[in-house]
Design a protein around this ligand. Structure first.
Ligand code: SF4
Ligand code: SF4
Length: 377
């Protein structure tokens, strides 16, 4: 593959949050302290160097930024204050925008005004849409039953439609990521390599074991709680929405999981927000606007979800329906805009990167054994 060089890439990365990369003089201290830096993935020094040289095609196919969990050790050890940890973060934002076929990620990461405007506009449209629908067929005073303002069966169909849209959007961008990675790779893995590495996908999606290897364990734990809470809530909404919405009696078989997931989401988001406000750790020292957007949306959705549940249990169905609409005004932009195009996309790209890294490792092992893989064309 021809190497594409773009000298202005360093300047472009600053729009994604990179610090002054030119300060780096390639001493390698950062890679020496990074627990994830291991040949062939030398991070953060190698992507820092590629960025200085403007090696765009190499960076587009690089897995290294995704193998960084932003513990901040490298930034603390950098003698030049080049902030390699934050540069890895900005490279992840930039990579997300290169994978995205629609250009929305690029727009959002480079302009918080556009991101905010899009979220607010979609939230308002969602609110108006659900309010009109509710008034056309139900009563604001009924949360469930035949004359429910927002019947759970309808919301269920809506959720599944959004899920399909989300999977299609993330699927297209994931294929684009795979193409960038395979173009830049030294070997062309066989189908067998892809199959053999498949186990890494669920493991790294749910538990991020590499994150746990970082010296600071608390960020991993907070992320784990956030992730498990989020997945639990997703399962409840996609498969048990009718039971979740029924009431006013509490159905402990499903609601207990809802309470745990809500508590996990709120605690994890509050800890993250507190860290960013206090700048109490290296990974919270720099906050891009997209970091705030992600956390505020998630907190809004979690708190309004809890509130509508409480109001319905108290028999205040009209208030519960109003808060339900506010809740959906947060859910729709979060799932349609933030998950595929914003910071949340890393939930897909990071496990995929670990998977592709393992696939390449497997392919290289096969080449070393004289196996069935082919050199990349
Ligand atoms: S980022 Fe800092 S520690 Fe890493 S190679 Fe450059 S100057 Fe050295
Ligand atoms: S922030 Fe941590 S994980 Fe990321 S490159 Fe630096 S030392 Fe490695």
């Amino acid at each position: 593959m021809a190497t594409m060089i773009r000298p202005g890439l360093v300047d472009e990365l600053q729009a994604y949050g990179a610090e002054d990369v030119s300060k780096c003089f390639n001493c390698g201290n950062c890679s020496a302290v990074c627990v994830h830096s291991e040949a062939p993935h030398v991070l953060p020094r190698r992507p820092m160097h590629a960025l200085q040289l403007g090696l765009e095609s190499k960076l587009r196919g690089s897995l290294e930024p995704w193998l960084c969990y932003y513990c901040g050790e490298c930034s603390e050890q950098c003698p030049k204050g080049a902030e390699p940890g934050e540069t890895m973060m900005s490279l992840r934002r930039w990579l997300t925008s290169t994978y995205d076929f629609s250009g929305i990620s690029r727009l959002f990461y480079r302009s918080w005004r556009w991101e905010l405007f899009s979220i607010v506009a979609l939230a308002i449209l969602t609110g108006i849409g659900f309010a009109l629908f509710g008034m056309s067929q139900g009563s604001i005073n009924h949360y469930d039953g035949p004359s429910a303002f927002l019947p759970s069966a309808m919301i269920h169909r809506f959720d599944w439609t959004m899920a399909v849209v989300l999977v299609v959007l993330l699927g297209i961008n994931s294929i684009r990521m795979w193409r960038s990675v395979t173009r830049a790779a030294d070997v062309k893995p066989s189908i067998g390599s892809y199959v053999a590495a498949l186990y890494t996908l669920p493991v790294h999606f749910f538990t991020q074991p590499k994150f746990r290897q970082c010296d600071r364990k608390r960020p991993w734990l907070v992320h784990l709680v956030l992730m498990l809470s989020y997945v639990t809530m997703l399962v409840l909404i996609m498969f048990f929405l009718r039971e979740m919405a029924a009431g006013p009696a509490i159905d402990w078989r499903v609601h207990v999981f809802g309470y745990l997931a809500s508590a996990g989401l709120i605690v994890a988001v509050v800890l993250n927000l507190r860290g960013r406000i206090k700048r109490d750790s290296p990974q919270h020292a720099h906050s891009h606007e997209s970091d705030w957007m992600f956390l505020v949306l998630l907190l809004t959705v979690a708190v309004t979800g809890v509130l509508q549940h409480i109001l319905h249990r108290l028999g205040l169905d009209a208030a519960a329906n109003i808060i339900y609409i506010v809740h959906l005004m947060g859910v729709v932009p979060m799932l349609v805009l933030e998950v595929p195009f914003g910071k949340w996309a890393h939930l897909a790209y990071r496990p995929l990167a670990v998977y592709f890294a393992r696939v390449q490792e497997h392919a290289n092992e096969a080449v070393a054994r004289g196996g069935a893989t082919e050199p990349a064309s």
